[in-house]
Design a protein around this ligand. Structure first.
Ligand SMILES: NC(=O)c1ccc[n+]([C@@H]2O[C@H](COP(=O)([O-])OP(=O)(O)OC[C@H]3O[C@@H](n4cnc5c(N)ncnc54)[C@H](OP(=O)(O)O)[C@@H]3O)[C@@H](O)[C@H]2O)c1
Length: 346
């Protein structure tokens, strides 16, 4: 077994919530897995937790990690030395546990085995949060065909259309691939410089800024799809995008998964369903948790066979101390079609 120190370095929220600082603190308690963190990926939620004062000063922070198991308890299938990736909700479930640290306590169903050929940085880019949110939204909320249970009767079937709004976002990057894997016809929107979305699996790509005096982008998609789209994931999930997605749906209406804010819609036949990936960290969300556990069994094979590809990575240097710089870039909204990833240890 590797030597586990009694303390480690972790990024915590500072006294007045104006930012973060690195602190030496005890190794977090763990019931299941203790992982030495090698790489982390940034998510918008990471700056929001601090900016909106969602957790107290001194809380550990960070969600997505990739690393090596250094201790395993209970009935976990993972053993010391296994390479794993996953996420936690930094500072919420355990104040002293977050991904932006040298060690993290992790839950077996919420991690997956990193296959040979996938680096720690690629695994940190997959997450965790981006890939698992896509899986939860498409499998658990919309009930599309699941790769681990292809014979299951699902609400959405191969050949049906789906709209993934904001296709270049981290969550949508995986949602497009999962929808394609299920045989769906994928409509998406993105800024025009994202020329890779067809190769990823999108059948139709429109600029989300491409409205003109005659038609909104939502109306254009409805016309292009013959009014057949009944399900959508809004990867941007602001009030204005929900409205445009609703305009793209069939005249009979349909379902939009929003992450996470439910702004409602004035369209009477359109249901907006809120999706929160953090739910899977709690046992009371048994259905979401079971789908994610099954998803984590197939994800390594999908990555190894290149049926699912990691998001483009913005590799950053400087370790824990440099993470606030990346968080600020995310907060400013200047990151387009990439995931910011930091190495924490080699
Ligand atoms: N509820 C949950 O469980 C959950 C989970 C994950 C994320 N989220 C939330 O979902 C949102 C997206 O997260 P993410 O990590 O996927 O984000 P991200 O990767 O940081 O998204 C960046 C993308 O947003 C797109 N964008 C910017 N302005 C837009 C607009 N007006 N309309 C459409 N797209 C626009 C940009 O697309 P272009 O480059 O094409 O311009 C950019 O590539 C965040 O608010 C995040 O907090 C929620």
């Amino acid at each position: 077994m590797s030597q586990i120190p009694s303390t480690h370095r972790a990024l915590v929220i500072n006294a007045d919530h104006s930012g973060w600082e690195v602190k030496e603190q005890p190794i977090p308690a763990y019931d299941d897995l203790l992982v030495k963190v090698h790489a982390i990926g940034l998510n918008p939620t990471d700056w929001k937790h601090c900016h909106y004062k969602q957790i107290p000063p001194g809380s550990s922070t960070g969600s997505d990690f990739a690393g090596v198991v250094v201790a395993a308890r209970g009935g976990t299938q993972y053993k010391v030395g296994d390479r794993v990736a996953g996420f936690t909700r930094g500072g919420f479930l355990q104040r002293d546990n977050g991904a932006f640290a040298e060690y993290i306590a992790a839950q077996t169903p919420i991690v997956w085995a990193i296959p040979d050929g996938t680096t720690f940085e690629q695994a940190a880019a997959v997450g965790g949060i981006p890939a698992d949110t896509a899986a939860q939204a498409l499998y658990t909320r919309l009930d599309i065909p699941r790769p681990w249970d292809p014979a299951r009767a699902t609400a959405i079937k191969a050949g049906d259309p789906i709209l993934i709004w904001s296709g270049a976002s981290s969550v949508s990057h995986y949602a497009i691939q999962l929808a394609k894997l299920a045989g769906l016809k994928v409509y998406t929107t993105a800024s025009p410089h994202h020329t890779h979305l067809e190769a990823l699996g999108a059948d139709v790509v429109l600029d989300y800024n491409g409205a003109d005096v005659q038609e909104s982008v939502g109306q254009k998609i409805r016309a292009l799809s013959g009014g057949e789209i009944k399900v959508a994931l809004d990867g941007f999930s602001h009030a204005e995008s929900i409205e445009l997605v609703a305009q793209a749906l069939s005249a009979q209406g349909g379902t939009i998964v929003s992450i996470p804010d439910d702004f409602g819609t004035k369209h009477p036949n359109v249901e907006v369903v809120s999706n929160v990936v953090y739910d899977v960290l709690e046992e009371k969300h048994a259905v979401d948790r079971a789908d994610i556990a099954d998803w984590h069994k197939v994800l390594p094979g999908l990555l190894a066979s290149k049926k699912v590809r990691a998001h483009s990575i913005d590799h950053q240097q400087g370790g824990l101390e440099a993470i606030p710089v990346g968080l600020l870039r995310l907060q400013e909204g200047t990151v387009s079609g990439q995931r910011i990833v930091y190495m924490i240890s080699e």
